[in-house]
Design a protein around this ligand. Sequence first.
Ligand SMILES: [Zn+2]
Length: 460
Amino acid sequence: MPPLRDRPPRKPLPVGTLLAGALVFATAIGLVVLVDESSDLTPPPDGAQLHTRVDPVTPPPAPAPERPERPPLDELAPRMPGPPVPWVEHDGVLEKGQTLGAALENYGVSGGQVHRIVAALDGIYDFRNARPGAAFSVRLDRKTGQLAGFQFEHGPLDVFEVVRGEDDSYTGQRVDVPVEETEAEVGAEIRASLYRAMQRAGETPALVALITDVFAWDIDFYKNTHPGDRFKVIVEKISKDGEFIRYGRILAAEYVGQVGEFRTFWFVPEGADEADGHYYLEDGQSAEKTFLATPLKFSRISSGFGMRKHPVLGYTKKHMGVDYAAPTGTPVWAMAGGTVTWAAWKGPNGKLVRIDHGNGLQTAYAHLSRIPRGIKKGVRVRQKQVIGYVGTTGRSTGPHLHLGMKRNGRYIDPSTLKISRGKPVAAAHRAAFDAVVERRTARLAEIRIAPAPAVEDDDP
Ligand SMILES: [Zn+2]
């Protein structure tokens, strides 16, 4: 957690910390320096034992056969700077099922003060979203016991604070958490599953989701992942205090397998907003198509599913669609943007969502276990928006997604759909784009991939 805003650059250490520090230091150099809290922290000449302070945490120091040279006195016992700060600070963690008020009450914070904290952060942070384990720090005026400052860490990058102004008013704000952004190169060969390969590469499942996401217009990872396939990515990593927090964006990715060879590059035209960037093929064509290659968002629960069991149960005229066997709870994507025309139970379809994409095209997603609250008749949805979760509702013998696609009212085979791509890189930005592609292609080429083991357990 970053320090409270008005904390002095170096907070004077409490006596206990100094003692512990001196003990640890002394232990480290093999000296026995045992002092009690009433001493003035200045060790006696040649470090003889004075008083005994039993510290259950610090193991007894090993006998030093040879006494190393003494460090200067002021290093062992720094002088306490200045007067004590005018507040007391408490650090705590929200327990399971505990409200902020209950947690703060333990530190003598009154209900009125808790209310001021909540009010100061109104519209900035909603404590109803707080999760157990969230750390907080509260500062109380040493004399009056009044609230002097508060900080709350919802997550490593989501920190909020309340500061007291000159006029005793309180202001809440989000804390600007300093993060480091680096680019990492990752590559692996698939044996049991994409998940296993990612683990071998030392990365987390979140990167699997990102990769399947950037190739979602071309590769259906449920049916197109095979042992021996290889992937490479250049991905942003966000860290805080040197510790990895999450992935940023995939800047370039390559997938080479039975399904074919695909490369995609993230590009933001000069002067445009980061959010206006898109994925492109190396020749400048858009990587994004009007329809996704799959209605299933790859998720942790599906792991090696596609490789254990053939995920596509097939297309038949009578059946009027394609069945994707997938674990219950697998998120289902809108294959293209459009308007929801049905989002409810419908006889043998079970829970069904139907989307009108314009140009006479419709998709329908049946047997869902759940439809998110916001997905309702008349609502506009984006491509890749999760519109439901795989289930086995209605006339169904096991968890699967039934995908139906219609053109002008007649069922069509989704794989026969001729789909168009998004806009290519504009001519004015072409030179800049080519330079980005050249640089990143060279970096992708340099990623070395260790061969996958001959046998691999496919449990995620
Ligand atoms: Zn079906």
